[in-house]
Design a protein around this ligand. Structure first.
Ligand SMILES: CC(C)(COP(=O)(O)OP(=O)(O)OC[C@H]1O[C@@H](n2cnc3c(N)ncnc32)[C@H](O)[C@@H]1OP(=O)(O)O)[C@@H](O)C(=O)NCCC(=O)NCCS
Length: 183
């Protein structure tokens, strides 16, 4: 059955494959070509295996009916302690041919619920300014609150910080309207 579940170390390669594919489609023309060409599923698999062994509780995947992974997200405590947000969503990617089927929302709800369960009551995510996917976060109840350049693969890129002041309201709203997530 399809749905969200916590990621396991065995998912590292599938997560890396989704990440490399979505970076190349999403960030073409936004990030330098050499960054996108240089991405390697093997390299990213090593990164995700380490992450999954270190802090598996913040990483969720979407498993489709065949058992394949077509999306993932990652969250944790805010790394930049100068920001007035307790939690952070650092990654959310849905395979290009699986987008617009509600998977991103399910993953986001799982991430928000994970952070709330860890007492993170305010949450921020950075999205590159030129990435049209940022309007997804407006739709999901976040507000564009901050602007800065963030380092991405060794380059400083304009980004917008989307924040949720009260993520529990967002969870309630979507769960009440039938967009519940399973775990
Ligand atoms: C952004 C992303 C995660 C959204 O996931 P998705 O599975 O395509 O989105 P969903 O189908 O769950 O969309 C949920 C709702 O948001 C809306 N939505 C999705 N993308 C949107 C966008 N770019 N702008 C405005 N609304 C959007 C959908 O229409 C849907 O609306 P509904 O409530 O009327 O049904 C996905 O498109 C993606 O991975 N994009 C490329 C990578 C990326 O930019 N990631 C985010 C940066 S970290």
């Amino acid at each position: 059955m399809s749905g969200v579940r916590l990621a396991r170390p065995v998912d590292a390669q599938a997560i890396a494959a989704v990440e490399v594919e979505t970076w190349r489609t999403t960030y073409a023309g936004i990030l330098p070509d050499e960054v996108l060409v240089g991405l390697s599923v093997d390299g990213r698999t090593r990164h995700w295996r380490t992450e999954l062994e270190r802090a598996p509780k913040g990483i969720w995947v979407w498993r489709d009916n065949s058992g394949a992974i077509s999306g993932f997200g990652q969250c944790g405590r805010q790394r930049d302690l100068s920001l007035p947000f307790q939690g952070e969503i650092s990654m959310l990617y849905v395979q290009t041919d699986a987008q617009d089927n509600g998977i991103g929302r399910q993953l986001l709800l799982a991430l928000l619920a994970t952070l709330l369960a860890s007492d993170c009551r305010t949450i921020l995510t950075w999205v590159l300014r030129s990435n049209p996917s940022r309007y997804f976060y407006d739709h999901m109840g976040a507000r564009a609150l901050l602007e800065r350049q963030i380092p991405v693969a060794g380059h400083l890129i304009d980004a917008v910080g989307y924040g949720w002041d009260d993520p529990s309201l967002v969870l309630d709203r979507w769960v009440r309207s039938g967009h519940h997530w399973a775990p």
